[in-house]
Design a protein around this ligand. Structure first.
Ligand code: SAM
Ligand code: SF4
Length: 354
């Protein structure tokens, strides 16, 4: 196997624009395909078969890839998993990534490094990660009721997650978001409460429609709550209309559209909805994803990949660039997620990190 030094050969240039003129500025990197939770919509509660340790990208390989993408125009890297806080060496990795320069149209600026976590283990890590240069955190919580939280995560302890949120607040992150998968018959009665909790902690709440990953294996069709239903449910409880930030829900380059409470005690507070199924979010997609084993995915919702790990370890000059160009060409205009649970990819959300 070629040592990590082989990456010195990633010196070529890739124009990160896909065939529908979408410019890639954002890279999500899964640090490992394991998790301390077993969220019901994310993975089955069976013993999982994980790949051998050498199949997972080494930290130096992650840094080399991120450096190449930052040179080609990626401005933000999100670390995810599985659960990224389980990855040994995480704080040092964040430090190395945060020291990279991103090449932007207006010149060089530090690569923005952010992370998505279940926060079970975050409390002692929040300050060191912030000091290492992590700028933002997205924390996933589907219920504020301890018994429900334990049921949906099959392993989680809400108290630890809440401590993680407090530690993140104390550490002074630039932005904090709260992710909730909205599920009928499970948390549909506490969505406004989750939003108010997030606002009271200085976080932006975002509600996600459940997506049929894993060939639909973990998807229960009647459970999916649409983005519009989520907005109605929150508006009813906060006693105010939600207005789009800009006419019809402001969508940045991410999948969420953002809405603002118009009046009442929460006036001005914002929330995001991710209408993966009912408000196809592909049009403005600006991202690529690297799995823990170094597979480059053009789309969350499709299974085509390119093998960056083989390209890196093979040490053949220009191979990483060729893989990236090939995968860029497979990026599609839209996904095929169906409300019946069909049309999604075979891969699990846990393997690609959302
Ligand atoms: N373990 C970390 C966490 O849970 O935040 C990071 C990885 S997790 C796969 C990233 C996000 O994907 C979480 O917010 C989770 O709720 C969401 N997610 C997982 N499976 C999903 C599904 N089938 N549909 C919609 N969102 C899903
Ligand atoms: Fe783990 Fe995140 Fe999947 Fe839950 S959603 S099982 S915390 S990877």
């Amino acid at each position: 196997m070629t040592p990590p030094g082989a990456l010195a050969s990633v010196t070529g240039t890739v124009d990160l624009v896909d065939r529908t003129s979408r410019q890639v500025r954002y890279l999500r990197i899964s640090l490992l395909d394991r998790c301390n939770y077993r969220c019901t919509y994310c993975m089955p509660d069976e013993p999982m078969e994980f790949g051998a340790r050498e199949e997972v990208l080494r930290l130096e390989e992650v840094v080399s890839l991120a450096a190449a993408f930052a040179r080609w125009g990626v401005q933000r890297v999100r670390l995810t998993g599985g659960e990224p806080t389980l990855r040994r060496g995480l704080v040092d990795l964040v430090g190395s990534l945060a020291r990279l320069d991103a090449h932007t149209p207006s010149g060089l600026r530090p690569l923005e490094v952010v992370m998505t976590t279940n926060a079970e283990r975050l409390a002692p890590m929040a300050a060191p990660l912030r000091q290492a240069g992590l700028r933002g955190l997205t924390i996933s919580i589907d219920s504020l009721v301890p018994e429900r939280f334990a049921r949906i995560t099959r392993r989680g302890n809400l108290h630890n997650v809440l401590s993680g949120i407090d530690a993140a607040n104390a550490a002074g992150y630039e932005h904090l978001k709260l992710n909730t998968v909205a599920i009928k018959g499970f948390n549909d009665d506490e969505l406004a409460e989750l939003a108010m909790f997030a606002w009271s902690k200085g976080m932006t709440p975002r509600f996600i429609e459940q997506m049929p990953m894993s060939g639909g294996a973990t998807f229960v069709p009647g459970e999916m709550m649409s983005a519009a239903q989520v907005r109605d449910a929150v508006a009813r409880v906060v006693g105010s209309e939600l207005v789009a930030d800009d006419g019809q829900g402001v969508r940045g380059h991410g999948p969420a559209s953002y809405w603002r409470v118009a009046s009442g005690p929460w006036a001005g507070y914002r929330l995001g909805t991710i209408g993966a199924l009912t408000e196809n979010f592909c049009g403005t997609c600006n991202r690529l994803r690297v799995s823990a084993t170094g597979q480059l995915h053009g789309c969350l919702a499709r299974d085509e990949t390119g093998d960056l790990r083989a390209a890196l370890r093979g040490g053949r000059c220009g191979e990483v660039e060729r893989v990236v160009k090939r995968v860029l060409a497979t990026k599609r205009d839209a996904h095929a997620f169906g409300l019946d649970g069909h049309g999604g990819p075979r891969k699990a959300m846990m393997s690609i990190g959302g």
